[in-house]
Design a protein around this ligand. Structure first.
Ligand SMILES: [Fe+2]
Length: 227
């Protein structure tokens, strides 16, 4: 097992140009202009969230591993040009994030390893072969501007292409101060419990907790129903 290192600016490959700047040149599906209006956030049908699920999340998320947005396995670093997950992490370092502001508790569970409360959420999304991510962001931490590479999903489901893979984000608690989600140029806040959104593949997004309570998210990943 290679060890994880907390990346600093000095760990960036020499002459590093951001992955974001590469994507600006490559991804024709978005304009990459913060001054333009866009429709990146696609609102979905609300997910029904019961009190038992909320209680489960409050307790269970205390026990799940903490991931650091600016840390990577040593061996992965040299693959940054082909591994877009590493490209996104290097960008966090390049843009000034550190282990002190980019932590989240994150656990990914396949449907078969999910309890009935989580299975019910997965099933409500109607995504095929879906898995679920439980995420907790504590006050002062952010999930910086990135796009999803669906690494866990593609590996566990033997899917090579991301084009039919879709992620639905669900807010299992009502909005609270300082909890902000952004997809493309759409800033989302003031949500009700169970609100759910998705976005086009490769679309950049982020999450912020500048508030006073932990921020919980559910991320359900699967294949689109029509695929
Ligand atoms: Fe993401």
């Amino acid at each position: 097992m290679t060890k994880s290192i907390n990346l600093k600016n000095s760990d960036l490959p020499s002459g590093y140009k951001s992955h974001l700047s590469e994507m600006k040149g490559k991804d024709r599906s978005w304009h990459f202009d913060p001054s333009l209006k866009d429709k990146s956030a696609i609102k979905l049908k609300d997910i029904i969230i019961c009190k038992e699920l909320q209680d489960f999340l409050l307790e269970y998320c205390e026990t799940i591993p903490v991931e650091i947005g600016t840390s990577a396995r040593e061996g992965d670093l040299k693959n940054y040009k082909t591994n877009t997950l590493i490209g996104n992490k290097l960008d966090h370092v390049f843009h000034g994030y550190t282990e002190h502001n980019s932590q989240m508790s994150y656990e990914r569970l396949s449907r078969e390893n999910s309890n009935p409360l989580l299975k019910d959420v997965i099933d409500q999304t109607k995504l095929k072969n879906a898995s679920i991510g439980l995420i907790k962001v504590s006050p002062g931490h952010v999930i910086p501007w990135h796009y999803d590479s669906y690494v866990f999903y593609k590996k566990t489901n033997n899917v090579e292409e991301e084009n039919n893979v879709e992620r639905h984000i669900v807010f299992p608690f009502p909005w609270h101060w300082g909890h902000i989600y952004q997809i493309g140029n759409n800033v989302i806040s003031n949500w009700k419990k169970g609100e759910s959104y998705t976005w086009p593949v490769f679309r950049y997004h982020l999450a912020v907790n500048a508030g006073v309570k932990d921020f919980y998210l559910l991320a359900i990943t699967g294949l689109r129903n029509d695929s």
